[in-house]
Design a protein around this ligand. Structure first.
Ligand SMILES: *Cc1c(COP(=O)(O)O)cnc(C)c1O
Length: 364
């Protein structure tokens, strides 16, 4: 028998979460953001459930090739544009739409020989100061692009730094409006947090749904996935492969960071940081054993972690353990809760599932 750890992707959750973006932004088309191999879920594994999206957004050219290999003929947007001039050949060949965020990318386009004019998304840096032209440089970038025979349609994009937080998006929308309002073309602004939290405050022709597709709440703990009616698209599960009975004063794991206060049972779970589980998850981090919430105890090691079975007399060797996602009985443990206990965000845990973790075969 293989080691019992398993990741499972839930296609019906992906479909549901995609529909949530449509409900929140009924007038917009939806990019399914599938960068980082669909946030760790696997592009091929998610493709069927997401094929009713209006397009796919990602940034790795090899991932764009994989989508075309799946026979996806619709729009694909490269969120960071091209990284070097010859990437433009792939854009021409595979009809990839690409972001233009800096003047070098315009130089490369101007030198690119193609029969197929490109659709580009000109990116405005409206305050995040990551990618994009400043408002001062934006119009001349637009004019240059507009004059290129290699370009047939120019759309506009920006990205929010605080759609999930108190600062919000109004200041960036004001910059975007001021800079682009008299230019013709489609617009895309919103990520998951903006789709869910600011649907009324921002319009656009396209929204870019990332983490919410996979059932992560972009603004946890202010809001949970269930507050937003999102379903977990991934379950990371394993089993109890050993049981220890402790007496008061006994310790658990490396560094003896946990000491039993009285008699208790401990389950040893086949999941560790080499599987992508966060090593910094402390005692108290939630897990489900046989569908019941319990807690991690002691340090996470490379291949194993320990859970408290004291309140679970019926559980033991072979019991199902859900590290995040949905138990076979349908109980949900949001990835955001585990991430937050470990001092990170759900995005990181989804993306970090290690290559050694097998995925369950997708349902037909
Ligand atoms: C990753 C990304 C998104 C999606 O963000 P979520 O918070 O996961 O919805 C949208 N736009 C850009 C430019 C991105 O890089």
């Amino acid at each position: 028998m293989p080691r019992p750890i398993l990741a499972t992707v839930h296609p019906e959750a992906l479909r549901h979460n995609l529909q949530r973006a449509r409900d929140c932004a009924p007038d917009a088309r939806v990019w399914a953001v599938v960068k980082a191999n669909a946030y760790g879920h696997g592009i091929e594994r998610c493709f069927d459930a997401l094929r009713s999206a209006d397009g796919f957004a990602l940034l790795d050219l090899a991932e764009a090739e994989r989508l075309r290999a799946l026979d996806w003929r619709g729009p694909i947007l490269l969120l960071e544009g091209v990284f070097e001039p010859r990437d433009l050949e792939l854009c021409s060949r595979l009809h990839l739409w690409h972001t233009v965020h800096c003047s070098e990318q315009i130089d490369w386009l101007a030198a690119h020989k193609t029969q197929v004019p490109h659709r580009v998304f000109l990116k405005l840096n409206s305050g995040m100061n990551r990618l994009g032209f400043t408002p001062a440089a934006f119009r001349s970038a637009w004019a240059r692009l507009n004059a290129l025979p290699q370009v047939d349609e120019i759309s506009f994009m920006t990205h929010f730094s605080d759609a999930d937080g108190v600062r919000g998006i109004a200041h960036q929308i004001a910059v975007f409006e001021e800079t682009t309002s008299d230019l013709p073309g489609e617009r895309t602004l919103s990520n998951s947090a903006a789709i869910l939290r600011h649907a009324k405050g921002v319009s656009g022709d396209w929204v870019r749904e990332g983490v919410a597709l996979y059932g992560g709440a972009p603004d946890f703990p202010e809001k949970t996935a269930s507050d937003w009616d999102l379903l977990p698209a991934m379950t990371l599960s394993s089993r109890v492969i050993g049981v220890q009975s402790l007496q008061a004063g006994d310790t658990v794991g490396y560094g003896s960071t946990f000491t039993a206060e009285g008699a208790m049972r401990v389950g040893v779970v086949a999941c560790g940081y080499a599987d992508g589980y966060p090593r910094h998850a402390p005692t108290g981090t939630p897990a489900l054993v046989d569908g019941v919430r319990t807690r991690l105890i002691g340090r996470v090691s490379m291949d194993m972690l320990m859970v408290d079975l004291s309140a679970l007399p019926g559980s033991g060797m072979g019991s199902e353990v859900v590290l995040w996602g949905r138990s076979s009985a349908g109980v949900v443990l949001p990835v955001d809760e585990v991430a937050s206990a470990a001092g990170t965000i759900g995005y990181e845990l989804m993306c970090a599932v290690a290559p050694r973790v097998p995925f369950a075969p997708s349902p037909a």
